[in-house]
Design a protein around this ligand. Structure first.
Ligand code: ATP
Ligand code: LTN
Length: 327
């Protein structure tokens, strides 16, 4: 069975973009792949974090992912720092990665613009740690949003280089990117991706937003000129809302265009808000119930780490022998 690996940072509450670009795929792939998912706390430290907030976010993200359908009986779910091999492999891969390659990474360029006062080595090395995450598990497929594609390409390049130098060791992973939903845009600016780090919370729908907040955010979402409901590059803001509607309702774009023919943006947006509310409400109920049992969540994560560690240790045995360290 082919192996799937992916991960997300415990940085605040995931939004609809994280769900549609990544989590939805992750849940679906559980049915036919051997899936491993990680909460990458070491990556989250590349921007300054309060320790108590980080601790809370790790458990919160775990609960939310389970509430969205990740199932520890079908997949391994674990916290990155619980498996020390990630940091060790990152160091070894660093020795094969060029500074000039890391300087090209879009995410590094953007994040260093956002936090010019704290461009640290971790932020620069972030893609190499991500490569280590993926390569430790002989991964075939990596479900991700469009923004992470460049990092998976770099991972393939590092793996290729290692295999050339030391012999076949790592599987070359492929990015698995959804046809629709891989880049959900901000509700306030269709030229920017929906992001947790955005300056205004109005630009995204968090998976934990209550019904009132969802209705109000969608009502205030920007739209394009004209009043027709059609999917078109000339209507980027509306097309983004249509994509969200399509993915959450399973109605095709053609069905949606027909349904709203001759009706205005107002009616379309208010229906979309109800679709989002109906989608989020059972997730939020499951999330609240899961968070009431933190001990169970910790046990599930520690069981996940134990299962992940077995694979990671076995990969590292090969890697250490390859490079000439250890006994
Ligand atoms: P943000 O940019 O909002 O802080 P992130 O990429 O840092 O998000 P993660 O939780 O680590 O946050 O991302 C999890 C997954 O969500 C990744 O695979 C990423 O590609 C995907 N993703 C993030 N934003 C979007 C978006 N706007 N549309 C689709 N997928 C997205
Ligand atoms: N870089 C990703 C998170 C991430 C990841 C990974 C994704 C870290 N390690 C391994 C897929 C596979 C992000 O910023 N969203």
């Amino acid at each position: 069975m082919q192996r799937v690996f992916s991960a997300a940072q415990p940085t605040g509450t995931p939004h609809l973009g994280n769900y549609l670009g990544f989590l939805k795929q992750a849940v679906e792939l559980q049915e036919s792949y051997d899936c491993i998912y990680s909460i990458v706390d070491l990556h989250a430290l590349t921007v300054p974090r309060d320790p108590d907030v980080l601790r809370n976010d790790i458990l919160g993200v775990a609960a939310l992912y389970l509430a969205c359908g990740l199932d520890p009986k079908k997949s391994i779910l674990f916290v990155q720092s619980d498996v020390k091999e990630h940091a060790e492999l990152c160091w070894l891969l660093n020795t094969l990665t060029k500074i000039s390659e890391l300087k090209l990474m879009h995410q590094f360029k953007e994040k260093s613009k956002e936090h010019p006062e704290s461009i640290n080595m971790g932020l620069f090395d972030y893609p190499v740690l991500m490569a280590a995450d993926i390569l430790l598990y002989n991964t075939d497929l990596v479900p991700i949003g469009e923004d992470q594609k460049q990092h998976v390409e770099l991972t393939r390049e590092i793996a290729r280089r290692w295999n050339m130098r030391f012999g076949q060791t790592f599987t070359l992973p492929k990015a698995h990117i959804a046809k629709t939903g891989a880049r959900i845009m901000s509700l306030l600016d269709p030229a920017k991706k929906m992001a947790k780090s955005a300056s205004s919370a109005q630009s995204y729908v968090s998976l934990l937003d209550d019904a009132h907040t969802v209705r109000q955010k969608i009502k205030r979402a920007v739209t394009d000129s004209g009043s027709e409901i059609t999917l078109s590059p000339a209507k980027p803001a509306l097309s983004n809302l249509l994509a969200i509607y399509h993915l959450l309702s399973n109605k095709t774009f053609v069905e949606l265009e027909a349904r709203y023919k001759g009706r205005g943006y107002g009616e379309f947006k208010s229906d979309l808000a109800e679709v989002v509310v109906a989608f989020l409400s059972p997730i939020q109920e499951r999330y609240t119930a899961l968070l009431k049992k933190p001990k169970k969540l910790h046990e599930m994560l520690s069981d996940g780490a134990a299962r992940a560690r077995i694979i990671a240790v076995s990969t590292m045995k090969k890697v250490r022998a390859n490079i000439g360290i250890g006994i």
